[in-house]
Design a protein around this ligand. Structure first.
Ligand code: ADP
Ligand code: MG
Length: 272
C-alpha cells in the first residue's frame, strides 16, 4: 500500500518507554505514515464530540485503563477500525471471565476454582495442593500467593472478597510465551516473573510445533484478540495455558515492529 495513513496510537503513559507500542510507532513513521499519539488519561472528553478520532484511519490501543477502554469503545461505535477491540481486551482483563472462557473451551488449563478464601480452603480437595491464589484484576505477578494446605489457605492474608485458585505446577522456572499477531504465532522461552529459575536456560525463540501454533491461534480466536501473548507452562501433561494478555511487548520476536506494522496496514487496506 503506497498511500500514507493516519494511525491513532492509544497508550497510557507507562507504556511510552516500552518496546510496544513505541516500536510499532517508529516503524510506521519510517514508512511515511502519520501518527497521533493519545494518552487516554491526559485530558477530558465531551461525549458527542468525535473530533479527537475523526481524522484517524485506524486506532491501535495498548493498556487496560477504564479511559482507554472507553475511548476504544467510542471509536468503534462510530465505525472506526480498532486493534485490539475493546470487547476483546475487556474479556481478558477480568481474570475470572478469562478463566471461565478457557475452562469452557477444551484448551489445556490447570483446574481453577473461584470463591472466598474460606470457601476455597474448605472446598478444594487436599490432593489438589499446592494452590496458587490470584486476584481477579492482577498483572505483573501482583498479589500472587502459593499455599500448600487448606490451613495455610485459611490463614492467608487476602484482602479481596474472592480469589481465583489454581493448581500450582512445579516448573523449571521458565514460561513458554506464545506471541500472536492474528494467526501468526511465535514461541518464546522466558523466565517466569514469579517462579525463580533453578538453573539458567537460554531465553528466546524456540521452534514452533504444530501443536503450539494451534494452541496460540485458538487462544487468540477465543477472545477475538488480534495482538496477544499467551503465558504457558510446560508440565508432564504437556503445555498448560496460564493466561492470555492483550498487546504484549513481543520480546524476542524477530522483526516484531515490521510484523506489527504490516498487520496494522493490512487491516486499514482491507477496509479501503
Ligand atoms: N498454575 C500455575 N502453575 C505454575 N506456575 C504458575 C501458575 N500460575 C501462574 N504461574 C506463574 O506465575 C506467573 C504469573 O502468573 P499469571 O497468572 O500470568 O499472573 P499475572 O497476570 O500477574 O502475570 C506465570 O507467568 C507463571 O510463571
Ligand atoms: Mg502473566
Amino acid at each position: 500500500m503506497s498511500s500514507s495513513q493516519t494511525i491513532g496510537i492509544l497508550a497510557e503513559a507507562r507504556y511510552l518507554t516500552q518496546n510496544q507500542p513505541m516500536g510499532l510507532c517508529q516503524e510506521l513513521e519510517r514508512r511515511g505514515h502519520r501518527l497521533s499519539l493519545i494518552d487516554p488519561q491526559k485530558t477530558f472528553y465531551v461525549m458527542g464530540d468525535d473530533s479527537w478520532f475523526a481524522g484517524l484511519d485506524i486506532l491501535v490501543g495498548r493498556g487496560r485503563s477504564w479511559g482507554l477502554l472507553a475511548l476504544l469503545n467510542w471509536a468503534e461505535r462510530s465505525g472506526k477500525i480498532t486493534i485490539n477491540r475493546q470487547e476483546a481486551i475487556s474479556a481478558v482483563h477480568n481474570k475470572a471471565h478469562m478463566s471461565l472462557a478457557f475452562a469452557a473451551s477444551g484448551l489445556p488449563v490447570p483446574q481453577t476454582y473461584l470463591g472466598s478464601i474460606n470457601q476455597l480452603a474448605g472446598g478444594i480437595p487436599v490432593d489438589a495442593y499446592p494452590i496458587i491464589l490470584k486476584p481477579i484484576f492482577g498483572d505483573n505477578s501482583r498479589g500472587l500467593l502459593v499455599v500448600n494446605s487448606p490451613d495455610e489457605m485459611a490463614g492467608a492474608d487476602w484482602a479481596e472478597p474472592v480469589a481465583l485458585a489454581q493448581r500450582y505446577f512445579q516448573t523449571d522456572g521458565y514460561d513458554l510465551k506464545l506471541y500472536g499477531i492474528a494467526d501468526k504465532i511465535w514461541a518464546i522461552r522466558k523466565r517466569s516473573p514469579f517462579n525463580a529459575a533453578r538453573e539458567q536456560i537460554e531465553e528466546g525463540l524456540v521452534p514452533l510445533t504444530p501443536e503450539l501454533e494451534d494452541l496460540g491461534v485458538r487462544c487468540g480466536k477465543l477472545f477475538g484478540l488480534e495482538l496477544f501473548g499467551v503465558d504457558c507452562i510446560l508440565t508432564e501433561q504437556g503445555p498448560q495455558i496460564i493466561e492470555i494478555n492483550d498487546y504484549p511487548n513481543y520480546t524476542s520476536v524477530p522483526d516484531a515492529n515490521a510484523e506489527l506494522a504490516d498487520y496494522v496496514l493490512r487491516r486499514v487496506a482491507e477496509r479501503i
